[in-house]
Write a protein that binds this ligand. Structure first.
Ligand SMILES: [Zn+2]
Ligand SMILES: [Zn+2]
Length: 235
């Protein structure tokens, strides 16, 4: 009787079923069942472009056909493929009002960072979110990831990278106006703090890496030593 009460009590607080497949879960403090957890595998860096983490189409040992001629200051990688349970966790963190998932997802950033033997960053920098997205959710998932990573690495994070407030509504703008806004939508509020620092830019999902490159291009104005970028998933 008391056990049944306790179970129902826990079920109110914790999801009693897997967030991905819906199967029941025994442990009260996990979000995926065992089979779904086993599907979370770290992506291998081998055979991927060092700048955009695309697999295949490499024209040299390190670069894809798109990045080979880019003057791009960022090295980018992701921890997981944007598929299955990994994609579910990211979507739930972002759209499902489950910001607490950032803690577990940041752990994947950490293990990938260690596996890739990247240097420990001097500063961790979240990709800023548009104002409208922040209004929708009340939090920036990239900032939550940066905060969690900052706590486990014992390295500071900073909101030095900002997004133009004009980015919150692009409705009614012409194609050219949108393009101008997009190409100029990030800025630094204090470039000096970046000088000679190793930076780690953090975001939830990378597709082509265009946003990370754009952010890195802006961060470069602060004359950092190196810019790395890591996302939870690679689409
Ligand atoms: Zn499952
Ligand atoms: Zn590339």
């Amino acid at each position: 009787m008391f056990y049944a009460f306790k179970r129902s009590f826990f079920n109110l607080i914790y999801p009693a079923s897997c967030l991905h497949c819906g199967d029941p879960i025994e442990q009260p403090d996990v979000y995926l069942c065992d089979p779904c957890t086993h599907l979370l595998e770290l992506l291998e860096a081998e055979g991927r472009c060092v700048q955009c983490f695309a697999a295949g189409d490499l024209v040299s040992a390190t670069h894809c056909v798109h990045c080979a001629y880019r003057t791009c200051p960022v090295k980018a990688a992701a921890a997981l493929a944007y598929l299955g349970p990994a994609a579910t966790l990211v979507r739930q963190m972002k759209y499902g009002q489950k910001p607490y998932l950032a803690k577990g997802l940041a752990a994947f950033l950490l293990v990938q960072l260690v596996k890739l033997e990247w240097p420990l960053p001097d500063l961790i920098i979240p990709v800023p979110q548009s104002f409208s997205h922040w209004l929708d959710r009340g939090y920036n998932q990239s900032r939550l990831l940066a905060e969690q990573l900052s706590a486990v690495l014992n390295r500071p994070f900073t909101d030095v990278l900002r997004r133009q407030s004009g980015d919150y509504s692009q409705a009614g703008l012409s194609h050219e106006q949108r393009h101008r806004l997009n190409s100029n939508r990030f800025y630094l509020n204090d470039p000096e703090v970046l000088h000679d620092k190793t930076l780690l830019l953090v975001d939830d999902v990378m597709t082509t890496g265009a946003t990370l490159r754009q952010c890195a291009g802006v961060l470069a104005h602060g004359a950092p030593r190196d810019i790395y970028a890591m996302t939870v998933c690679k689409a």
